[in-house]
Ligand binder design. Sequence first.
Ligand code: FEO
Length: 395
Amino acid sequence: MDLREIKPGIAVISSIHWERRLFDALIPLPEGTSYNAYLVRGTKATALLDTSDPVFRDEFLRQLDSVPSLDYLVSQHAEQDHSGLIPAVLERFPSAKLVCNEKARQILSAHLPIAPERFQIISDGESLSLGGKTLQFIFTPWVHWPETMCTYLSEDRCLFSCDLFGSHLATSDLFVTDQAQVYDGAKRYFGEIMMPFRGILAKNLEKLSAFACRLIAPSHGPGYNRPEFILSAYRDWVSPKMRNAVVLPYISMHGSTEIMAKHLIAALAARGISVQPYDLAVADIGKLAMSLVDAATLIVGTPTVQLGPHPAVHYAAFLANYLKPKLKYAGIFGSFGWNSKAIDQLVALIPNLKVELLGTIMQKGLPDGDTLLKLEALADAVARAHRDDPEVICP
Ligand code: FEO
């Protein structure tokens, strides 16, 4: 891939990681990902915003072959997929300054070999003129690290947003061409990365609304030349409004929990509730995170293993608790052979979820008629809770 111009004086250096399938040894990447750095050339100076993942070292440096000099390297985010090649770029351009905020300096200094004199520390709102191109730095902490910031190029009304508004999507498209595909990728990204910081993210969105940007240039996935598409999606995802939907992760060892799951899915659907079941034996955990972005209810199904929940359910509950989705209701069902403490253990795993527990149902052995009726009563309770809650969007 060569350096490509997205507007006069602004070029993207794309590293497209088509084959990557896991991020942070944790997050599934079914569509791969990309790391975008941006080169901004003014009449007096040139700046590079971010770098790339270290695995792209040779390709990234080759794209810089056509850049005769660099005055500033801006680090918007210290995570390695954007900062990993900072030492290589500083070595290539020995007079370039590394521009970042103080928090970023501390993190970068701890992880990368960077001489202290290379740093130029900027404050929130400070501007840097390149000559006809003015970079303004906007601190947006906790999207998703403490040092994260965006950069606004006022002459072009272009917002460089780094992880914010990004999508884990390997594509050669400079801008969004398939909105549905990018919406899914961005929602997955939000669910996996941004969701725990929803509160501060809403404040950052408010702060960014003061900038009438025409173009958003994220560091993952394609750019947005119609920014309202992604801005309105983010406003929805951070708002208190929820879908009339149940996310239903479950797993079954000998069939009992599966019978209960299937009965509950049918009962919820019969009551007009959208159900998103995930059989945790085969589920894409990233898709589960994506479903949690706007669902009102989480219902977990588990068999009993050594008195507690199945390890896969334990992990899903841990993840839901960590991601802090805006859920308001929950339920637990499952089965056991001779004894179970799975419900108590699952409840203890989700202290971050401020949910009302609508029902818990544990079955010894195969589900009987009484248990199926209890599952229908749980579906009734979900339907009632959703209907009576003004924050749940019901038809
Ligand atoms: Fe794309 Fe937080 O790194």
